[in-house]
Design a protein around this ligand. Structure first.
Ligand code: AQP
Length: 342
């Protein structure tokens, strides 16, 4: 089976964007691929964070994965920091990463510009090396990536090729990349169209955990009333009817896409169903669809999060399975780089 790795950062409450853009797709992927889904806690500390919240958010995120339908019989679910090889490989990869590659990362430029050099930790710069380590450790074939992560995956691919070239021996290069390689060079798996969910208060920015206003997102654990209220107050427009892909109506296109993804209808079906509707008719329809879809997830989440022993067992087992794969890669890298064997 081809292998896929993916994860979400425990940086806040998981929202509809994380769900529709990532977690919901995993449920299908786990049936056809060897999958590892982890909670990316080491990445969650690259910007200032609340130490009181990190472990709770990590557990919550794990419980949400399971509540959404990730099955431990098919996928390994684990916490990134529980598999020590991630950080160890990152150090080894750092030595092979030109600093210019990292300086060019758009996300680093944007985030560091916002916060200012004195407030930005080195980890924000080296974050893509840890991401490369997350992927390469497992010899992943594919990595699901949204638009904003494409550049980081490209860096992972280049880094894999560079390490293969520097330490994988001439044989690897002569063979044109086949055989003898230390790392598999992963391919991006582009998620289904329309999977970029935008903010409820601005159809041009993506829905995000770190946006200051909670009104801008639907959290997976929002109550019925909160969902109804957020949809009632979300930004709309005063054009007649509802339509996809009108550049003057980003909010309209976004809300129709959410409705489409949540109801598993086709774009054409939704376009036809909603073309003559006004917001007063569509908003309750969307609210009900969201509540119906999220309710069973919320019920399962409550069961899982209250069974601490079960969750701990799942995460321990997941970490053990992940470490079995990761340690083989890590040891190969140490060996290829000339370290004395333990
Ligand atoms: N709005 C979105 N639409 C579709 N997919 C999204 N993802 C995030 N936001 C949307 C996908 O969720 C996965 C995990 O994301 P992450 O936790 O690594 O961080 P992120 O992409 O930076 O997500 P957030 O929620 O916006 O977090 P903050 O605010 O902390 O930066 C990824 O697969 C991502 O594509």
């Amino acid at each position: 089976l081809k292998r896929i790795v993916s994860g979400v950062q425990p940086t806040g409450s998981i929202h509809l964007g994380n769900y529709l853009g990532a977690i919901k797709n995993w449920i299908d992927l786990q049936n056809t691929y060897d999958t590892l889904f982890f909670i990316v806690d080491l990445h969650a500390i690259t910007l200032p964070y609340d130490t009181q919240q990190l472990s709770r958010a990590t557990k919550d995120t794990a419980a949400i994965y399971l509540a959404c339908g990730v099955e431990t019989s098919k996928a390994s679910v684990f916490v990134q920091s529980h598999v020590r090889a991630h950080v160890e490989l990152m150090w080894l990869l750092s030595s092979a990463t030109p600093i210019g590659w990292l300086n060019r990362m758009i996300q680093f430029k944007e985030k560091s510009l916002k916060a200012g050099d004195e407030n930005v930790g080195v980890a924000l710069l080296t974050y893509p090396v840890l991401m490369a380590s997350d992927i390469l450790l497992y010899q992943s074939d594919f990595v699901p990536v949204g638009e904003d992560q494409k550049q980081h995956l490209e860096l992972t691919r280049e880094l894999a090729e560079r390490v293969n070239y520097l330490y994988g021996g001439r044989k690897w290069k002569k063979l044109g990349g086949r055989g003898g390689a230390i790392f598999k060079v992963p391919e991006p798996l582009i998620p289904p169209a329309g999977a970029r969910v935008m903010s409820l208060t601005d159809g041009l920015s993506k829905m995000s955990k770190s946006a200051p206003s909670d009104q801008s997102r639907i959290n997976l654990l929002d109550s019925k009333d909160v969902i109804a209220n957020k949809i009632k107050r979300c930004k709309t427009d005063s054009f007649p009817g509802l339509e996809f892909d009108n550049p003057d109506r980003p909010e309209c296109s976004n809300l129709l896409s959410v409705y489409q993804l949540i109801t598993r209808k086709t774009k054409e079906e939704v376009a036809q169903e909603c073309q003559d509707m006004n917001w007063g008719v569509f908003k309750p329809l969307l609210t009900d669809a969201l509540i119906d879809h999220l309710h069973p997830i919320q019920v399962r989440y409550e069961e899982i999060i209250s069974d601490t022993a079960y969750l701990d067992k799942v995460l321990a087992e997941g970490a053990r399975k992940a470490a079995d794969i990761a340690d083989v890669t890590l040891n190969n890298v140490y060996q290829a780089m000339g370290f004395l064997q333990r």
